[in-house]
Design a protein around this ligand. Sequence first.
Ligand code: GLU
Length: 483
Amino acid sequence: MTKTIRVRFAPSPTGYVHIGSLRTALYNYLFAKKNGGAHILRIEDTDQNRLVEGAVENLLETMDWAGITFDEGPRQGGEAGPYRQSDRLDIYKKYVQELIDKGHAYYCFATAEELDALREEQKAQGIAPRYDGRYRDYPMDKARERIAAGEAHVVRLRVPETGETEFNDVVRGVVTFRNELLDDQVLLKSDGFPTYHLANVVDDHLMGVTHVIRGEEWLPSTPKHVLLYRFFGWTAPVFAHLPLLLNPDRSKLSKRQGDVAVEDYRRKGYLPQALVNFVALLGWSPGDDRELFSIDELIETFTLDRVNKSGAVFDIDKLNWMNAHYLRNMPVEEQVAFLKPFMEAAGMDVSREDRVALMVRAMVPRIDKGEDVARYSALFRGDLPEISETEALDVLRMPDAAAVLKRFSALCREQAELTPENFKTLMKSIQKELGVKGPALWKPVRVAITSTTQGPDLPLVIEVLGREKVAAMVDHVRNTYCK
Ligand code: GLU
């Protein structure tokens, strides 16, 4: 019988959810769902210096938003809990003791100053800074005395001095590290908290984790984890290290070149289904050129053996395209519900449902994401247009532009109301009166109202703005920009 698959997302809650973490959580979720396994959320909060108030709540909220669910975790509990490492400190102490008793770990009393001095010395000699093993063979009875006297200490892993540590990674194949290059990793810190390495291995074992799917930045830590599994006499899980996320210039994805927090994308008005679809393809491909996947389709299609080795470039244009796709394909009521807060934030009048729906219909074909509605706030407020686009200015300098606009605003004012229907009739009568048709007729009107040759659908805009505003805008444009 095959073992039930159990995977975990194990974030250190440091304030915001990195886009790479979203990918890790997503791949774990997809893998669990695809294989009828369990998805566990474990909070790795043993680094007391990095704790941020509200970070766990924010993380849970972000996962909810993305539609990534867990079968076990701090919220729902489960048999392998507790799921916060800070609630498991006694467990780690017990296992550290086991390693010490077996001789695989030892006490170290080197102070921070001592270690700083060592690092400086090594730097001066041009060698890579690392712990020099000065307490590896320190007599146990003396160590116990110093501990009994209250001296600060850590516990370190006794990494073999020779040989190699090897493991098989689903993504990268066989990975080998020379033991002499591995540091004697601190397992238990002087504050009594475990380091990530110890807690991670102990928990993955106790929680029955079968597959560790995580970012490539953890690859160099894995040989230490493999040694720990060996020293405890446990079977290591299957490892799958996901490729790095890269900026378009192939440097590591960084804040400097764009947003890295999921919250930033959410705030800017990306849809969760678009961000999830986009992130799924950062480092995984379905094997054909299909790009649009709902989360259920991802579950159906996802396999670890199609995760790529090479770094995945974060292409914001593609994300924008995807978001626009999802936005355009939503029912109008959902578009309205989604865009309304962005419209409000951009200072648009959202007090009337019918108007909001018209504005949404006008904007949706021309925006990629929520915050893009701000581009149209001046237009829908009916502000007097300021035109800077060269092509638009050229249109207003066409021979008949002034005459068309003059007649247009006059006819506008004669209407009781301006509707998409009488707007068309009105344009027809100008055509007849002035003998101007096609682009010479339509373009000046379009530019005068929307300030651009590429503006949103005119009848919709006109219906939103009403007769008075449209006439005032057109007059202003004619007086300011036409010859
Ligand atoms: N706590 C680690 C992190 O923040 C987890 C790494 C792992 O999955 O082992 O990413």
